[in-house]
Design a protein around this ligand. Structure first.
Ligand SMILES: Cc1ncc(COP(=O)(O)O)c(C=O)c1O
Length: 461
């Protein structure tokens, strides 16, 4: 009785119901028509019908040539690409940044890995809660003779361990030091405080902010926060087009990046007979070859679409959906009192986005293998995601895996199956990820909740 008094009161009424109901009907009618439940927005967003129509019309009615020539079709494509670039910078309030078009967030991160001067007494400090495309930068760092380290998150709340971060920021004596963390975890949904950017910069660090999971439902205002580098994938923001992302580079950090080669489009002049080349001194330096000039104008439509919805409205909507899901999951238990669901991350989810990872349990308290749950959801046309989500750090924390046990395993052989890994570690791995977005509704969440209710008092192993 007392505990229910102490528990924070949770608002479960879904926000902006009428607005998002209409949006779903107008733009995403295929979901209900096909009886589909989509709960994998962190994997990829869905595309509004009008966005596709606008883009196809543009392509069907105009002649696009490869940019950077004086001919009219080329000029037309160049104009749209540059307008989109400007729109992106305006959208993020990024007046003192360059916007480099890339294939996706990973390609943006790869540019940093390749170009950061790790060879000059470099150090890479990255959060344990990072996507593999951020983790992988450590390989560039060590290949160039730099050192690397991770900083941790609180084992229960999965929020950044500030003490560990500050200790590592303060104790680093290297010349070129790069800190990398995600604005929002692609696994737990935790939004990591952006004030760490300034705290690191005050201590002489360069900062790479992976914003891929954050920007689909949050405002990133780069006039308030000043990371040196920001990675983004546009399909995560509005579903279409895939294959386009960007790297935002703060102008003051631009010359610190060392382009290791030259390619078409990245030079003012290059010679074949002499080893001479002169790199372009703006974003084009990092855009190798032909950019996706047919797809890029659709990014402009996508940003207009999100602006019309309004980030505050979307953010509130997503938050209310997650509160509802949390509350409903917490109600689920077997007759013997065992909870059916464990939610990872902070008890208070106010600082979390629309992503949640969970595990489901049998009446005897044993964990239901995630692939059994996924087989059930697949059969019901419910799209969720399971496994480790390209973020091994959070899974290694959740399963309390020691560096020693992981090293023994990973040095034992080069390739092994997921099953072999679990057996060798004598631990289950992975979880279920549910993520909501643009047009998620209560019906979507109830479809999943109702499915889990059918597991009450049953055992799946
Ligand atoms: C936080 C985060 N960073 C980076 C990436 C990589 O994005 P992409 O696969 O589009 O390169 C993802 C993808 O899920 C992500 O969620």
């Amino acid at each position: 009785m007392l505990t229910s008094f102490l528990k924070p009161k949770v608002e479960t009424k879904l926000k902006h119901e009428a607005f998002f109901h209409q949006l779903r009907k107008d733009e995403f009618g295929r979901l209900d028509k096909n009886n589909e439940v989509y709960l994998d927005y962190t994997g990829g967003n869905l595309t509004a019908k009008s966005l596709l129509e606008k883009h196809f019309k543009l392509l069907a009615e105009n002649t696009f040539g490869n940019p950077h020539s004086t001919n009219p079709s080329s000029q037309f494509a160049t104009k749209l690409v540059e307008e989109t670039r400007k729109k992106i910078l305006d959208y993020f309030n990024a007046t003192d940044y360059y916007c480099v078009f890339t294939q996706n967030a990973s390609a943006a991160l790869q540019i940093i890995g390749e170009s950061y001067p790790f060879e000059d007494d470099g150090h890479y400090l990255h959060c344990i809660d990072n996507h593999n495309s951020v983790n992988g930068i450590r390989e560039y760092c060590s290949q160039r003779g730099g050192t690397h380290q991770i900083f941790s998150v609180d084992l229960k709340s999965l929020q950044i361990d500030e003490k560990d971060l500050l200790t590592k920021l303060d104790s680093c004596t290297h010349q070129n030091k790069l800190l990398a963390f995600p604005a929002q975890s692609n696994v737990s949904g935790v939004k990591h405080p952006l004030r760490y950017i300034e705290m690191a910069k005050e201590r002489g660090w360069d900062v790479l902010l992976d914003a891929a999971a954050f920007v689909p439902t949050n405002t990133l205002d780069l006039s308030k926060f000043h990371p040196d580098f920001v990675s983004i994938s546009f399909y995560k923001m509005f579903g279409y087009p895939t294959g386009i992302g960007c790297l935002l580079i703060k102008k003051s950090a631009f010359e610190k990046l060392r382009k290791r080669w030259f390619a078409g489009g990245t030079v003012y002049i290059a010679s074949s007979k002499t080893p001479f080349f002169s790199l372009v001194d703006n974003h084009e330096r990092f855009e190798n070859g032909t950019i996706n000039y047919l797809g890029i104008p659709a990014v402009s439509y996508g940003l207009d679409f999100l602006s019309a919805i309004g980030m505050d409205r979307l953010n509130e909507r997503v938050h209310s959906l997650m509160q509802y899901l949390k509350l409903e999951f917490e109600k689920l238990s077997h007759t013997n009192g065992t909870q059916q669901v464990q939610i990872f991350g902070p008890e208070n989810r106010d600082a979390c986005g629309g992503t949640m990872i969970v595990n489901f349990f049998n009446p005897d308290g044993s964990k239901i293998p995630f692939f059994k749950i996924e087989a059930m959801t697949n059969a019901k046309q419910i799209s969720i995601r399971s496994g480790c989500f390209c973020n091994p750090g959070i899974d290694e924390i959740n399963y309390d895996l020691s560096p020693e046990s992981l090293e023994t395993l990973y040095h034992s052989k080069q390739y092994f199956s997921f099953k072999e890994m679990r057996e060798a570690l004598e631990k289950m791995r992975g979880a279920i990820r549910i993520s909501v977005g643009l047009v998620s509704n209560q019906k979507d969440l109830d479809a999943l909740i109702d499915l889990i209710k059918t597991l009450k008092d049953r055992t799946l192993d």
